[in-house]
Design a protein around this ligand. Sequence first.
Ligand code: MN
Ligand code: MN
Length: 298
Amino acid sequence: MQVEDYLKAGRIAGEVREIARNTDWVGRTAYDLCEYVESEIRKRGADCAFPVNVSINEIAAHYTAEPGDDLEIKGDDLVKIDLGAHVNGYIADTAVSVCYDPEYDPLVGAAEKALARALSMMKAGVKARDIGRTIESSIRDMGFKPIANLSGHSLDQYTIHAGKTIPNIWSIGGFSLSDQSAYACEPFVTTRDGGGFVRNGSTKNIFALMSRKRTKNEAADRMLDRIWERFNTLPFALRWLTSEWEEGEARNLLELLVKKKAVQAYPVLVEAEGQRVAQAEHTFIPTDEGVTLVTAAP
Ligand code: MN
Ligand code: MN
């Protein structure tokens, strides 16, 4: 584990998250938001670990802007901005929910509070199931529901979901936090009327390399090579390919790569009952006494 690289990625991600939190996005497009936040990450000397997710209202996660996307952020939207910076593949993953209608402040507050309470109980050796119980009871005490099938995760070099899960609900089994790994903790909260879980939506605009096996299509193979060189196995967006390919061609080649199972496409995740969802997320490294908060605010 390269602690220095995590800390640099985390300092950058934390700074950019606070800019995103304090910017008024109303009337701006999802495209603007993604491009701006990604440019702020790169400007500070890190790479983007995945396309900025801008997931609005009942979309819990995994929406990023399409090229020229005119989806506009409205005054009553609840917007999850989830961003990742990496340095040499060591990833800092963090998210904030912003809303401009005070009606949703309690939902956002519940996600933030559940995250803070989880972090305050963490140290090396703490069981993931106990963290899940703390998150769930914190959310339910405030009159809301956790999203049961979204969870935090261990991180590894060039790997966002590295195999270990930090649940947002009480669950059996699980593992204990190690001081030799970084983790992301990310409570998702919905209203009492929500189903408390997400389903796959039909939109897919985040992708990742699965296999470098040749496709028998020369142009598609060239795209596959460029994806590997530029993003490794980390997620990417069509927006990131249009500097090298004309948009229509990029879309067709990407579709072919998905069909050949060289690239996987991630669907957006939608709250089961269509209720709004809030999220808060930090990356941390456990210590003997507590945690090193990798994505702390500056
Ligand atoms: Mn995230
Ligand atoms: Mn995450």
